[in-house]
Every structure is written in structure tokens, then in C-alpha cells.
Ligand binder design. Sequence first.
Ligand SMILES: Cc1cc2nc3c(=O)[nH]c(=O)nc-3n(C[C@H](O)[C@H](O)[C@H](O)COP(=O)(O)OP(=O)(O)OC[C@H]3O[C@@H](n4cnc5c(N)ncnc54)[C@H](O)[C@@H]3O)c2cc1C
Length: 520
Amino acid sequence: MGLRPTVVTKSRLEESNTRYAQGGIAAAVGPDDSPELHLLDTVRSGNGLVDRRAARLLTEEAPRRIADLVRLGVPFDTVEGQVALGREAAHSRSRILHAGGDATGLRIEETLRARAVAEGIDAQERTVLRRLERRGDALVATLARDDGSGVEETEGRPVVLATGGAGGLYQYSSNPSITTGEGIGLAFRGGARVTDLEFVQFHPTTFYHEGAPRYLLTEALRGEGAILRNEAGDRFLPQAHPAAELAPRDVVSRAIDQEMRRTGTPCVWLDATGIPRDRLFARFPTIVRFLSQYGLDPSRDRIPVAPAAHYTVGGVATDLDGRSSVPCLYACGESAATGVHGANRLASNSLLEGLVFGERVARQLLHPVPGGPPDPGRELLVPVVPGRGAALTSEEFAVVRNVLWEKIGIVRSGPGIRSALTTLEGIAAKVEPRSEAALPSPGANAVLTARLIATAAWTRTESRGAHWRSDYPRSDPAWRLHLGLVRAPARTKVVRRCQEGRARPTGRPPPPRAGPRRRR
Ligand SMILES: Cc1cc2nc3c(=O)[nH]c(=O)nc-3n(C[C@H](O)[C@H](O)[C@H](O)COP(=O)(O)OP(=O)(O)OC[C@H]3O[C@@H](n4cnc5c(N)ncnc54)[C@H](O)[C@@H]3O)c2cc1C
């Protein structure tokens, strides 16, 4: 017998990050490529933290899952009858499949949604998952209609979180506004271990126009030959990294950030004028259309760009079949942390991660085998203290987004993170529910996720991949491990040892447990 899932989504069925993915999906399907080379690039990007077993599955299963998408009808672009393969930063081969030029996510989402509708899969739109809790042996999910018309509990059914990342918690982000990471917060609240949340990937090139939301200009543009210039028209990436514009995202984002600070400009410029016009218009039709609204033609004009929050590397810790540390709770896609991205995701590996591990979760649900996520290298108990149960106001949400951008952004430092934690805890004291029995608001779950990101950034006293601390600018071999965060049991007196060396009781995070436990 097959599965009879119910899909619950807080917006319309189609609204998601997936819909906006531009560049494409990585898979070793070219004649000069292999899963082993894809694995090597993935491991190299992850700065010492990639879980090799997970990344091997990702890269080996990729061609089969792409074949599934083709069978389901995703119209990948072709050249002379062969699948067209693009190149992106930190990939040693051209291995990015794309569809509709730069509309890959849209084509995948449309195809899968049409198939789900044709199969009669039950879907509840505008319904928010607000709480997960264990009652005896059962996992209970509380769902609330966003028009306030009712609350429903489901009991005894497995729950698969595919709630995406937390990029929308940042003031400047490539993500749609629904991407507030609440799935991660509510899983943590329900007892699941979350991990790697300090690694927030910033995309180097989002369109900059004062007052307008950021719009992603895919890495594939640089893959096709676009370069970055400063206000004076000079290139600055070759000085930052031998791979220049095709260096890993964290390197390019930091170099842009530094150049913007040095020159006092709010952006730098992407120069795609070296790409033949026909090629540019055929490969990036959506971007060309978008820029034309601002009177810009990328075959002629330099495009103002700045980095923005893009991808949440961490999430709910899972094993290779999507199982979390809570029985019956699974996670996949951007809300999960499988370990495939290490400290920094390789471009175009995230659509792939959802595809590969989503399929593995389905197989696991059909034919369960025991397991669970491996222990992280370090585990930290984080308390959740009852608050006044108020709703998060739009002004408070703006403060959350601003504080994450300013203090837990491309470059962080201890004092900044500490002040961010103080601000976030002040807001949490207001929006956290009054008691365990009270239903948390979606705002409370989002603020909790923001606190967890800040807590992880505070605790990891080194720089690695997408986590860059100016007060600890080097990677520390002792930190070559994952940091797991787990909710402290009620009434635990948590003691934080300050960096200055004094211990005091606090609502803030304690130090990591001494010594690595087991590496993933
Ligand atoms: C502009 C842009 C371009 C990108 N380009 C690429 C690319 O070229 N290649 C690539 O590999 N990756 C790309 N990415 C990243 C990639 O799109 C995402 O990582 C991936 O699509 C995430 O898929 P997902 O299914 O995990 O989550 P999503 O697609 O974000 O879906 C999450 C869903 O969960 C729902 N939800 C969230 N919380 C709740 C809740 N509490 N209750 C009910 N429903 C909830 C949301 O409404 C949404 O429908 C891009 C991302 C962006 C924003």
C-alpha cells in the first residue's frame, strides 16, 4: 500500500523558496563528470564539516532522482538533444541542469504540484503548523488556519517537516517573506535537536535598488563570465581568491562586503556585458525581464548588486533517512541538517538535497528501519522560558530582522552577537507562550529560531565557511565538529561561563560541553 499524505502549507501551495530557484540543480550527468567529482567539490565547499556518508548519497543518487524528474515531466533545457549543463562557483565541472533558462525552481514546482493535484493528494493551504509535542508515544501536531477559523490536532501520524529555511528572518534576503524558519523553532520546542544554525549563507549578488526588495541574480551569471567591479570600475575578486568571481559564496560575499565598506558605497556592480547578448537573453530570460523594469539591459549596463541572506545550512538534525531525534518526526530540504553542506553549501546542491532526501524519507515511511541522527560533536542545552504570550508586532519583527542582519550577518563578533541575544531575549520574553499548554504564535517560533541562530553563532568561537567572526578570524581544529542545540528540560538551572571566565546563572546559553563527543 502507498502513502496517503496530507500536505499542509501556510500560504498557497505554490508559494515557497523552491519556486524562485533560478540557477538550477547539480548532478553529475555530463560525460566528463562523476558522482565522485561532485562529492569532492561538495566536501571542499563544506570547510571540514561535510558528512561524507550523506554527501556520497547525495551525489550518487542525484542522476537517478534527476531521471525521476524527467519522467515526471520537468522540461530541462537541452542543446542539440543533449541536456544543457551550466557552470557555477566552486564546481569543477559544468553540472547544473536548468529549465526555462533561469526558471528551474518554477518548472520543478509546477510539474510536481500538477502531479500531486492529478494524484488527488490532500492539501490544506493557508494552514500553519504551530506546535509539535509528544504525548505518550504519540506525536501530536497542532495546525491553525491562518484566517483564525480553527485549530486542529493530528495524532499518531508521522510528521515530515519540509518548512524551508530562515532567510526571511534577515532584513536583506533573497527569500520570499514567508521564509521565517518557524519549522526549525517549533521542532526544537518539541524536543528535536537542531544543528549547524550558525552557518547562514549569504548570496553575493542580489539586485540593489534603494527601498526595493532584494532580487537574486544567479551565480550562473558569473558561471557564464559576468564579473564584479567596484565604483571605480575595477575588479577586486582576483585579489581575494584565485578563483576570483567563481570562488565559494562566503569568500565572494565577504569580499563584496569589505569593498562596500572600503569605498562607502551601498553596492558593487555586476558586469555581464562580456556575455554574448543572444546567450544572455536565452539563458536568463527572467532576470532580463526583471531588470528591464528598472530600465537596465545587462548586455549593456552594469547591474548594482549587494549580498543578502540566502540559505540556512543548519536545521533539524536528521539521519540519512530524514529521521530527527524525536520519534515520528522527519525533516528534509532546507529545514533539515543532513550534514551534506558542512559549513557552507555548494551552489545548486539544495534543490538536490530536498529531492534526494525527500525520496529517502518517503521510502523510510513505507519500509521503516530503525535509526536516528548521529550525536553532534558538541551539544548545548538552551532554555525556553515562559513569556507573556503576546503576538509579535510588525515593529518587533522588523527589529528581529535588523538585529540578525547587523549583528549575525556576513561578519560577526562576540559583542555584537551578545547584544543581539539581549534584544532577542527581550522580544522572546514578550512573545513566548505563558505556559507549556498554551499554543505558541508563529511569531514566537520565528523568534525562537532567531535566538537559536544567535546562540549557535555566539558559541562557535572560530571562523569557518559561512560563519565568520572578526574576533576569531581563524578556523580552530578543535571546532571541526557540529554544534547541536537541544531544549533544556523545564526548571534546569543553566549556567553560562562568560568568555571573561566567570560563571553565572542566566537565560543565555551555557558553554559547550567540554570535549568533542562523536564526530559526524
Ligand atoms: C531566489 C532563490 C534562488 C535559489 N536558487 C537556487 C538554485 O538555483 N539551486 C538550488 O539548488 N537552490 C536554490 N535556492 C535554494 C532552494 O530554492 C531552497 O533551498 C529549496 O527550494 C528549499 O526547498 P524546501 O522544500 O526545503 O523549502 P521551500 O521551498 O521554502 O518550502 C517550504 C514550504 O513550507 C511552508 N511552511 C513553512 N513554515 C510552515 C508552517 N509552520 N506551517 C505550514 N507550512 C509552512 C512554506 O509555506 C513553503 O511552502 C534558491 C533560493 C532562493 C530564495
